[in-house]
Write a new protein. Structure first.
Length: 289
């Protein structure tokens, strides 16, 4: 489950946009709708912090991140608001997969007077959120989570930096189940037939594999094709591939994503573990046929 944790840690605070399901189109609304103004705090890191109540419990101080596709709630706030009471911290799709993750649905989530029903969230002690909380603990108290698209996607939102206010206006849009889509994508990546030849826009010339029970970092290089870019770079069968161009290769799916981001002809670093030591190579993929 290290791959899932890494993926969430990267995607949540990186502003990754996910496609909207075709049937989740904004609905027609009256022309005039009363906006709702909510006070906010601004951390030195420039993050917005808002007071949030979960099923009537709280308020909790949480970051509102307009680039986050997920809403995260730390385990302490989830327990206090009884979000994990029925599941014991291990229910839902993500809980079934382990790794300390638990998908929940918040019956009522409120930011000021803005209230949403049935908001999808993940219970997770996110390392980046915790780091921000620790760094600015004297700026008003701990940070208990992060509000993402499942909440704010329902509103047109404006920010007044001088007044430190957020204005929400309902837009009629109801976000789909992005958590389910995310999990389906991750699970399908590991269900592909193995071993896999890695291919993208560029030709690399190697194949990788990883056992389902293997939770160590990286993937195993099964084949290096003679005369190919990987062979010329010094990659060997049996190497443990850790990163390509700074991107994790903790699964076959990760590796496919990493190589697809590199244009043919661009020399990039690849880090492997070989005989207990990390070895840095430089691979230049060629144009695929």
């Amino acid at each position: 489950m290290n791959t899932l944790k890494h993926f969430l840690a990267a995607v949540v605070l990186a502003g990754v946009a996910l496609p909207c399901p075709a049937d989740d189109k904004p609905k027609d609304l009256p022309a005039a709708m009363k906006p709702i103004v909510v006070p906010m705090e601004m951390l030195p890191s420039r993050h917005f912090v808002v007071p949030v109540t979960l099923n009537g419990k709280g308020p909790y101080r949480m970051i509102l991140d307009t680039g986050a596709p997920l809403t995260l709630i730390n385990s302490k706030a989830a327990k206090a608001s009884e979000l994990t009471k029925k599941t014991g911290g291990g229910g839902g799709l993500m809980g079934m997969l382990g790794g300390g993750l638990n998908q929940v649905t918040v019956a009522k989530m409120k930011i000021g007077e803005v209230e949403c029903e049935k908001t999808a969230a993940v219970v997770m002690d996110h390392p980046t959120v915790q780091a921000i909380s620790d760094a600015f603990k004297d700026e008003g108290g701990p940070i208990d989570g992060l509000i993402g698209f499942p909440f704010f996607g329902r509103y047109a939102m404006t920010v007044d930096y001088q007044k430190k206010e957020l204005t929400f206006r309902p837009n009629g849009y109801k976000p789909g189940d992005y958590l389910q889509e995310l999990m389906n994508n991750l699970m399908n990546a590991d269900k592909l037939n193995k071993p896999k030849t890695v291919s993208a826009a560029g030709l690399w010339g190697f194949a990788v594999d990883k056992d389902k029970k293997d939770e160590d970092a990286g993937v195993t290089v099964k084949t290096v094709y003679a005369g190919g870019p990987a062979d010329k770079a010094g990659l060997k069968a049996g190497d443990r591939l850790l990163t390509i161009d700074g991107r994790w290769t903790d699964s076959v799916g990760d590796t496919a994503v990493a190589v697809s981001a590199v244009k043919p002809g661009k020399a990039v670093p690849a880090v492997v573990s070989r005989d207990g030591k990390e070895v840095r190579l430089t691979v230049t993929p060629t144009t695929g046929q």
